[in-house]
Design a protein. Structure first.
Lengths: 326, 335
């Protein structure tokens, strides 16, 4: 990796904007749930903001992603509008899926958000199909499959990586290793690094500090270039840390307190913010204005969502098949 | 089909009907692609040769052999279908769908609904099964009820070459996932050849024989057991209406209910085990629709409630046979 890609100044700021959006949206989500105005199963992505932010600036709207129930960071980084997201998680008809999917199934094809699954390990086999389609069409698109460290222990991981390798598919497998598979630490469930498993399939496997925007950007940039050039898949293991329990409301007593405190003290969002100011890439005023703008966009999205109607009962018969059910 | 056309018509078997349907669809539409274990010609076009010749004709990029990875096969089909392709995925044997159930049930069947109609999964999952070849407990189950119980997937099971062709063309045309069940032991049974381009609509049953005393509803190989039973019963003065269901989900309630309203008696015959099978659903609907008009309780004849046995006499006894259908029919009509 001698010629590592470095994001230009505008891209550096854009990565921060996406991170700040994810962080602010997470904080608001927890606040709104606590207020009792909205009920949903919520899987916080707090602490994992860098990964999709630094990856997605290497993608276009035409590129595809498949993500999981802990996926609002991936979706927002890929360009999902806040109003569509909030109306969806509130179960309203103006949501991206008319409120029928909910937080675990957010879908938004116009930004390439093709599948959000609630099943651990299921992004990878489907991502292969999207990538196969791109290979057949020769459209140069890249597909990113996101998943957690827990998903690396499911059979679908093996099947999908093997097939992607054999078929040389333009797909990037991004394991967001947040150290926790639900309530169990990664090192209790595997004796090897996720990235090292790439060797079994004859594809590149890279472990990267997923909380370092520059490192993450460079690794993603190379994987995207490789995929676009028809050179096949890459497995990226992005190291990060989940600031909260598995699902919102879980007491997270199983998480080591010192390790958690250390991770939170190293919060990648303020750390990167300070770096942008320090290096003169952005000013305090500029970033503060950006953050204020994000807050007001979220204000608007939340109020839009909660004022939106619930879907009508006829929706029980729609979208099961193309033709409406009798 | 009637006797007259039968005399002149060309013959084909079910395997050829399926092969021709896929070939004609691939020729007509370049978004039709196929994948599965051993599917391409270097691997002999599938273990039974159903896809023989297709990769040579259309290229291995469109007819692709895969690793033995059922989740990866269905996943790849789903993904490609989300962005404009019409994949035909083969899961060699129906029992092997068990290792791909997450992809089939949680994803293929549900993505249209969960996305609020933004995406859909126009895939065909081909799979073969059926008792009779001594395959034992893990190679020949009929598991259609599992899929029929899932909202969002259609299930078809043809019993003739023409229906195999016509249902395959309709399945490929369909904008939603279709599970296409092929009966392995009857692949090579010759019958009337299909007409090129012919479609058999999904959800439409076929009345094979008209009758007035009893309606027999069957599908797949059970048609071959029921057909001689109908002839035998006719000799004994019992007039049977035989319906080939063809589509299990969504099944043709209109045709079946109208027939049973006429005959007043119904028997459902399938190779799958009886409890909680397709027959239970059909019987329940007949009771809901025709309670008070039925002359006898609705009868179900299905496989024995055990894993499919290997030993030949046990395997033969496992699935309904002509003699059992005749006996059950006589009991129903009180003869």
């Amino acid at each position: 990796m001698s010629n590592r890609a470095v994001p230009d100044a505008a891209t550096q700021v854009e990565i921060y904007r996406r991170m700040a959006l994810i962080k602010a949206n997470d904080e608001r989500s927890r606040k709104v749930i606590m207020s009792g105005r909205l009920v949903m199963p919520y899987y916080s992505p707090r602490g994992q903001e860098v990964i999709p932010s630094a990856i997605s600036v290497n993608l276009t709207d035409d590129d595809y992603i498949c993500t999981i129930y802990r996926g609002s960071h991936d979706q927002l980084a890929k360009g999902l509008p806040l109003k569509d997201l909030w109306a969806e998680v509130a179960g309203r008809v103006d949501g991206t899926c008319k409120g029928k999917g909910g937080p675990m199934h957010v879908t938004y094809p116009s930004k390439g958000i093709m599948v959000t699954t609630g099943i651990v390990g299921s992004t990878m086999p489907i991502a292969n199909g999207l990538a196969w389609a791109s290979q057949l069409k020769g459209d140069g698109r890249v597909t990113v499959a996101s998943f957690g460290d827990g998903a690396a222990n499911i059979g679908a991981f093996h099947e999908a990586l093997n097939l992607a390798s054999v078929w040389k598919l333009p797909v990037i497998f991004v394991c967001q290793n947040n150290e926790w598979g639900e309530h169990t630490r990664y090192d209790k469930t595997s004796n090897v690094r996720v990235a090292d498993r790439a060797a079994s399939y004859g594809i590149p496997g890279v472990r990267v500090d997923g909380n370092d925007p520059f490192e993450m950007y460079a690794v993603a940039n190379e994987a995207v270039a490789r995929a676009r050039a028809g050179e096949g898949p890459t497995l990226i293991e992005a190291m990060t840390y989940r600031f909260f329990g598995h699902v919102f409301g879980d007491a997270d007593n199983y998480m080591d307190k010192a390790r958690k405190a250390e991770a939170i003290a190293n919060d990648p969002v303020p750390r990167y913010r300070a770096k942008l100011i320090e290096t003169g890439v952005a000013s305090e005023d500029q970033l503060a204005a950006m953050e204020a703008d994000i807050e007001s966009q979220i204000d608007e999205a939340v109020e839009f969502a909660l004022a939106s109607e619930f879907p009508g009962m006829e929706e029980l018969k729609r979208d099961v098949f193309a033709e409406e059910m009798a | 089909m009637n006797a007259e056309t039968n005399v002149k018509a060309a013959k084909a078997n079910i395997l050829q009907g399926i092969n021709a349907a896929i070939a004609d669809a691939m020729e007509a539409d370049e978004t039709v692609i196929a994948l599965g274990e051993d599917l391409a010609d270097p691997e002999e076009g599938g273990v039974c040769g159903v896809t023989k010749g297709l990769s040579t004709r259309f290229g291995e990029h469109r007819v692709r052999s895969t690793p033995i990875s059922e989740q990866a096969i269905i996943g790849a089909a789903i993904g490609a279908s989300l962005v404009g392709f019409k994949p035909i995925a083969e899961i060699m044997l129906m029992n092997f769908t068990t290792v791909a159930m997450d992809m089939i049930v949680n994803h293929a069947a549900k993505l249209r609904f969960m996305s609020g109609g933004q995406t859909n999964v126009p895939i065909v999952i081909r799979t073969m099964t059926g008792t009779g070849f001594g395959s034992g407990g893990q190679h020949c189950d009929y598991l259609e009820a599992w899929f029929a119980h899932t909202a969002g997937i259609k299930v078809v099971a043809p019993s003739s070459p023409a229906d195999a062709y016509g249902l395959m063309r309709s399945a490929i045309d369909d904008p939603d996932p279709v599970l296409f069940i092929e009966n392995l032991p009857t692949y090579w049974a010759p019958s009337t050849a299909p007409e090129k381009g012919h479609r058999v609509p999904i959800g439409k049953a076929n009345v094979l024989a008209e009758g007035s005393d009893l309606t027999i509803i069957a599908y797949a190989r059970m048609i071959q057991e029921a057909t001689p039973a109908v002839a035998q019963l006719a000799e004994e003065g019992i007039s049977v209406e035989l319906i080939d269901l063809r589509t299990i989900a969504p099944w043709d309630r209109e045709t079946v209910v109208a027939s049973v309203a006429k005959t007043g008696r119904a028997m459902i015959v399938h190779e799958a085990v009886t409890p909680f099978g397709a027959g239970a659903e059909i019987a329940a609907v007949l009771n809901e629709e025709l309670f008070g008009k039925l002359k006898a309780p609705v009868k179900r004849l299905g496989g024995a409630f055990c894993p499919v046995p290997f030993s030949k006499p046990l395997e033969t006894a496992f699935a309904p046979q002509t003699a059992g259908i005749v006996a059950a029919a006589k009991t129903l009509v009180g003869k």
